[in-house]
Design a protein. Structure first.
Length: 202
């Protein structure tokens, strides 16, 4: 189990990344993730807000992962908003949120199933919903599952630090939005909610 992030100082984490030899790339990635998680959880992140079309960003991130998912016989279905899904966000950090969610999907989705990604304009906010069927039994609550990601729980037996969803949640909150996780049987759902641009400008 990884020690809680707050036990590390950011300068210490930076020094650890430079001191690690190339023989331990996995450990270096772990510490880089810890550093990013620490910065995101404390709000120590530079933001450059700009107008974004969430539909375009979703199409781009899906394109990045489509080939990888197809190798494990996983189809991805995108349902786009019929109207432009305009939001104000830092495009680089929002991309990181989507990227972390899609990385999670690639790691934990049952083969020969479908992944659904929906973009909906809910009036006051734009919802970006990711749904997949887990390869492992999800016999815990959404809160317990998120806590395991916050801890970087090694019992999940997969590559990576396990901090991806925690980082995504913190970055979404910094963007003024919410990341909601829900579980229904083996169905995992992550919903990124960002306020509609028109509301943010009023």
């Amino acid at each position: 189990m990884i020690l809680p992030i707050y036990l590390y100082g950011q300068p210490v984490l930076r020094k650890m990344t430079t001191d690690i030899t190339p023989d331990y790339p996995g450990l270096k990635k772990l510490i880089e993730d810890l550093l990013e998680a620490s910065k995101a959880s404390t709000g120590n992140v530079e933001m450059h807000m700009e107008a974004c079309d969430a539909t375009v960003m979703i199409s781009q991130i899906v394109g990045e992962y489509q080939e990888k998912l197809q190798k494990t016989n996983i189809d991805i279905v995108v349902n786009e908003s019929e109207v432009p899904a305009n939001i104000m966000a830092d495009g680089r950090h929002l991309w990181r949120v989507f990227d972390n969610i899609m990385t999670n999907i690639c790691k934990y989705t049952q083969e020969h199933t479908r992944v659904y990604v929906d973009v909906t304009d809910a009036g006051d906010e734009v919802n970006m919903t990711f749904k997949n069927i887990s390869k492992e039994r999800l016999n815990i609550s959404a809160d317990e599952l998120m806590e395991r990601f916050v801890r970087g729980d090694s019992s999940r037996n997969t590559e990576g630090s396990g901090l991806g969803l925690s980082i995504a949640q913190s970055l979404t909150e910094i963007l003024g939005g919410k990341l909601e996780i829900s579980i229904d049987g083996d169905l995992f759902k992550a919903i990124v909610k960002i306020e509609n641009r028109e509301n943010q400008e009023n």
